[in-house]
Design a protein around this ligand. Structure first.
Ligand SMILES: [Zn+2]
Ligand SMILES: [Zn+2]
Ligand SMILES: [Zn+2]
Length: 494
């Protein structure tokens, strides 16, 4: 139905389409009677049945009187109009008012009366829209419907119990590169975890939604969003994700319940979302719940099989001090089922500090955001103050494996800052070599790339070429500038 329509509108339309065709004849009157009996049988009209019947009765009576003589018709019309005016609240489209409009419109068609209601603000569109306008309003033309039908592929099958890297580069680097090379190939992003059908979008930064779609997922595959801090490589796409989700959830008529997203956010992203909610410009209560995460406190994301805990990070220095703002955090995902429990820890952006070891040591796989490297960072003369950098990654991996009996065997390094050149392959290679020199040989380190899939259950990775999951992947050196990094199984590599 269009705006301002009621269940009566289609009936009105039908009446006028009949009357528009020719003069009032017995045939036309019979046609109206048949129409009325059809409506009575029709199951789709429920609450309005009585009202529609009474309107059709009056209409048929008017046509009969009019058919007798115009004068008799005129009298009947006048009396009925008076009765309607007494009955009417005079102020809305949806009750007697629209009947008055209708009645006057009938008067115009049959008795050449002018319908002054037409000029008033309460103009009620009784006549059909022209076809060429109407077709744009049909559900079949709606992009929301097309979007929904496209995203309703059974995508989650492939992603069940997987961790999907959706992150390219950090900050505004991809936007710069896109400008330099006049392309849209460079992306930022985030991560996506699916455990037993429960999907978590992690740090939906610049390009996140684009990447999500590109790899065959949609906003309806997301049950929760985690935002660890307000930098654009972590929350840029929160608005797009929310808005798209609102449309998709709203138009998804097949779902029995509205699809809701739970948002777990750092204080600043939470404040941004809250302002938008207050201003009624996003994050509507119908489709999302907002949670403010205070790192280290008990605000937890818990489902039957997934526990997420949040730990503090040191990422954004307070002005002029060596202290850090307290709202930023990393998180650990404990994925459970009947037979096993796997832990994935995401450091997010943080400098290295010993407290990180606690957060990371239990993990089976760690995603560590390295960012850029500097000479004194690589030489381990001076630690980076806002990110792990080379030295921070080295310390994290080395100390964890030296200090604890159980330590992560799998690291994905992410959020490389490629602002100077593509450092990913060489950095990981050097890091592995250095750790091996220290006797740490049982750890796998992979530079993360969009589209890489990690199997949470058995800790294997998908080969970029054949798609098989394997324990032993070999990282292939990218040849062009910022070309995609591939991880290959032995068969594909040799
Ligand atoms: Zn950051
Ligand atoms: Zn970042
Ligand atoms: Zn392969």
């Amino acid at each position: 139905m269009q705006k301002n329509e009621t269940m009566l509108t289609p009936v009105y339309r039908y009446v006028f389409s009949v009357l528009d065709e020719s003069a009032v004849t017995e045939d036309r009157i019979r046609q109206m009677r048949v129409f009325k009996s059809h409506l009575r049988k029709s199951a789709c009209i429920l609450t309005e049945t009585k009202e529609i019947e009474s309107i059709l009765d009056c209409t048929i009576e008017l046509l009969e009187r009019f058919h007798e003589s115009e004068e008799i018709g005129q009298d009947f019309w006048n009396n009925k109009l008076k009765a309607l005016q007494c009955d009417s609240c005079q102020s809305c489209y949806h009750c007697k008012k629209c009947r008055i409009y209708y009645w006057k419109e009938l008067g115009e068609v049959l008795l050449q009366k002018t319908n002054d209601e037409k000029k008033s603000k309460t103009y009620f569109p009784v006549r059909s829209l022209p076809d060429e306008i109407q077709r744009h309003l049909e559900p079949s033309a709606s992009i929301s419907t097309l979007y929904l039908s496209r995203i309703k592929r059974d995508s989650i099958g492939v992603f069940r119990n997987k961790f999907l890297m959706l992150k390219g580069m950090s900050s505004s680097t991809p936007a710069m590169l896109n400008n330099i090379f006049d392309t849209n190939d460079y992306v930022g992003g985030g991560f996506y975890l699916n455990w037993n059908g429960y999907g978590v979008a992690i740090d939906p930064g610049y390009s996140f939604v684009h990447n999500l779609h590109h790899y065959g997922l949609s906003v309806l595959d997301v049950q929760a969003v985690i935002i660890t801090h307000e930098h654009i490589d972590h929350n840029n796409d929160m608005r797009l994700l929310d808005d798209l989700h609102f449309s998709a959830a709203r138009f998804d008529e097949e779902k029995e319940k509205t699809h809701i997203i739970d948002w777990y956010m750092d204080e600043i992203s939470y404040a941004m979302a809250s302002v938008l909610r207050t201003e009624r410009s996003g994050f509507k209560e119908e489709t999302c719940r907002l949670h403010r995460v205070m790192a280290g406190d008990s605000a937890e994301l818990k489902t039957n099989e997934l526990d997420v805990t949040f730990f503090p990070t040191k990422h954004i220095p307070k002005d002029g001090t060596y202290n850090y703002k307290e709202h930023t955090f990393g998180c650990s995902f404990c994925c459970k089922n009947k037979v096993q429990k796997k832990i994935i820890t995401y450091t997010s952006d943080t400098k290295y500090f010993n407290g990180l070891l606690e957060a990371v040591k239990e993990a089976d796989m760690v995603i560590a955001n390295i960012s850029g490297i500097y000479e004194d960072d690589y030489m381990q003369i001076k630690e980076k103050s806002t990110h792990l950098g080379y030295g921070g990654c080295y310390n994290l991996i080395r100390k964890c494996s030296e200090k604890y009996g159980r330590y992560p065997r799998f690291y994905f390094l992410s959020e490389f800052w490629n602002g100077k050149s593509d450092i990913r392959y060489d950095i990981v290679k050097c890091l592995k070599r250095e750790l091996e020199e220290q006797g740490i040989t049982d750890i796998r380190i992979i530079p993360s790339e969009t589209g890489m899939l990690y199997d949470i259950e058995d800790g294997s990775i998908q080969c970029s070429q054949c798609g098989q999951y394997t324990d032993e992947v070999i990282v292939k050196r990218p040849t062009g500038l910022n070309e995609k990094i591939e991880v290959l199984c032995r068969e594909c590599y040799f």
